[in-house]
Design a protein around this ligand. Structure first.
Ligand SMILES: [Fe+2]
Ligand SMILES: [Fe+2]
Length: 154
């Protein structure tokens, strides 16, 4: 039983790291978007990820575990990293978030379907998973819109 509980705590801490890693690139990306709707969406996604970290942190504490802090972020390497410090267009900024959201969705899907996780914890994972799917779906649809829309002036 103790071993299983430790496994659940380790899994939740891994998810905290994935959410923290997802938060980081949203900050510079959001600041660089010109479209106010895009900026509002990115701001909402950023807030969702912060809420995910808070919810997972509470669950880890309730299980008697120690939540990972920001210092442990380097252990998680999300793919699709892009240098966001230069001047880049919206498509590049949004594309940069797509891989991270796809990965976050996959990690949550896998976590929520693991056996031996308490039902109340699964409920939290599924709530977060709904957000991750929504983030990813919005990004995919927005990228399609950008690609099929009129060519933008340079
Ligand atoms: Fe998240
Ligand atoms: Fe997300």
């Amino acid at each position: 039983m103790a071993r299983m509980l430790n496994d659940v705590i380790a899994l939740l801490n891994r998810l905290i790291q994935v959410d923290n890693a997802a938060i980081e690139p949203y900050k510079p990306a959001k600041a660089r978007l010109e479209d106010s709707v895009d900026r509002a969406e990115f701001g909402a996604f950023l807030a969702d990820h912060r809420r995910h970290v808070e919810a997972l942190t509470i669950v880890v504490r309730n299980l008697g575990g120690e939540p990972v802090g920001h210092g442990d972020l380097r252990q998680v390497l999300l793919r699709g990293r892009v240098d966001l410090h230069g001047l880049v267009e919206a498509g590049v900024l949004i594309e940069a978030m797509r891989t991270n959201e796809a990965q976050a969705t996959a990690v949550y899907e896998s976590a929520a379907s693991q056996p031996g996780i308490p039902v109340d914890v699964v409920a939290v994972l599924q709530q977060n998973l709904v957000d991750e799917r929504r983030h990813h779906a919005w990004i995919v649809s927005r990228l399609e819109g950008l690609r099929s829309g009129p060519a933008r002036s340079k």
